[in-house]
Every structure is written in C-alpha cells, then in structure tokens.
Design a protein around this ligand. Structure first.
Ligand code: FE2
Length: 242
C-alpha cells in the first residue's frame, strides 16, 4: 500500500505498523496535523523525566523540544509547494536519498524519522537481554547476546562525529549492527531498522559529557525497548513471508 502522509500520521496515531516503523506508544494528539499537510512533532512516548537518571528531562527539552522540532519545521518549509508535499515521510526520505540537490530535504526528513524511531527505542526500566523470537535470532546471527552488545557498543563508539548505531534486519534475512553518519538511515539500503541509538553529541552531552561509551552502555543496560524491536522484527518477518 502506498502510504500518504495522512496514512503515516493516522497509522502512527492508531499504533499500526507503518512501513518498517511501529510506533505503538506515541501519544495521540501531538501527531494531529496543525495544518492540512504539515508534519508535526510527535510527542514523546513517555514523560520527559521518565528515563531519569539515565536520560534527563533537560536533555529531552533540547533534543526533542529543539532539535527534533527544528527538523520538522525545516522539512515542512523545504517541501512546501513541491511534489514531495503530499508524500509520506518514508517516500520523501527515499526520494531524496543520494540526490545532492535534495540534501536538505533528505537530512531533515531522515532526522525526523530517526528521532521518532529513537524515542521509541527506549522505555523506562528497559534494557537488558531481550526474550522470545528476537532473542533467538540474535543468538543465531551474532553467536550470543554478548557478541551483539560488543558489536553495538563498538558501532556507536566508533561512529566518527555525528550519527547512529542500529540493529537492522538486512536484505539477506540476517540481523546486523550497522552505523550511519549524520542523518543517514538504514532504509535507504533496504535494511529494516529494529532498534537505534542516537550518538550525536546532542543526545548525551548534557548527561554524559564526552563519555559516549557510558551512554551506549546505559542505553543497553537500562533503556533499550526490546518490545519495540521485537514488534519491528515481527512486522518485518511477516512482510518477508508474505
Ligand atoms: Fe539527535
């Protein structure tokens, strides 16, 4: 099904899987468009202080309230009056990826998507080992959960400058840890994102200063939302089987 922007918005509102993204915990009202076709900033799926002491409300006030909000505002301005104005967020990302003339549109649209995905990749009292089918798949494809942890930590810590570390389901059906620079996002390579951590300095500097490895370790131990990752894995598996 081709997803229009309104499908994205209403799909997310209803908690349905939207292409590769499941956003089950997003609160409803903030996703309602303020104008007919404009993207709006999704509300956090938990209170801004819900992840303390691991991620502070102060960090969210800037990261969500300023950075994520700016990507939404910029994207709306950049696509206004263009043929992308009626497209879904995923369609805009894929249509602008690799096109130097559309670099601003790609950067802002991908960052809108990446950040919404990141908020949902965390939850209060998260972290630790996953369970169920995803846990079995991690053991199979990485050798062990500990090996996955090692790869994920390494990807996040070695991403030079700004970027992201991801757990993805690759086109060949195996789980992989990948890192992306700046706004780059796995969907442009045909990979389905299951879980991510933002390793831009704005994600951790107020709480961890320069200690990015500590931030990544805390994400895995205390914050990772494996329910979200498992739901994304299930959706992706069903799509592949269809
Ligand atoms: Fe960020």
């Amino acid at each position: 099904m081709e997803l229009t922007r309104r499908h994205f918005v209403t799909g997310a509102l209803a908690g349905f899987a939207v292409t590769a993204v499941r956003l089950p915990a997003l609160a409803a009202s903030p996703l309602t468009p303020t104008t007919k076709e404009a993207f709006t900033l999704p509300e956090l799926p938990y209170a801004a202080n819900a992840l303390e002491p691991h991620m502070s409300a102060n960090t969210f006030s800037f990261h969500h309230g300023k950075h994520h909000a700016a990507y939404v505002t910029n994207l709306n301005k950049l696509i206004e009056g263009t043929d992308l104005a009626t497209k879904s967020l995923e369609e805009i990302i894929l249509a602008s990826a690799g096109d130097a003339a559309k670099a601003g549109i790609f950067n802002n649209s991908a960052q809108v998507w990446n950040h919404t995905f990141f908020w949902n990749s965390m939850k209060p009292s998260g972290g630790g080992k996953p369970s169920g089918e995803l846990a079995a798949k991690i053991e199979k494809d990485f050798g062990s959960y500990d090996k996955f942890v090692e790869e994920f930590k390494n990807a996040g810590a070695t991403q030079f400058g700004s970027g992201w570390a991801w757990l993805v389901l690759d086109k060949d059906g195996t789980l992989k840890v990948v890192k992306t620079a700046n706004a780059e996002t796995p969907m442009t390579k045909g990979q389905i994102a299951l879980l991510t951590i933002d390793v831009w300095e704005h994600a951790y500097y107020l709480d961890y200063q320069n200690r990015r490895p500590d931030f990544i370790a805390t994400f895995l131990d205390k914050l990772a939302n494996w329910d979200f990752a498992a739901a994304n894995f299930k959706d992706a598996s069903q799509k592949k089987a269809a």
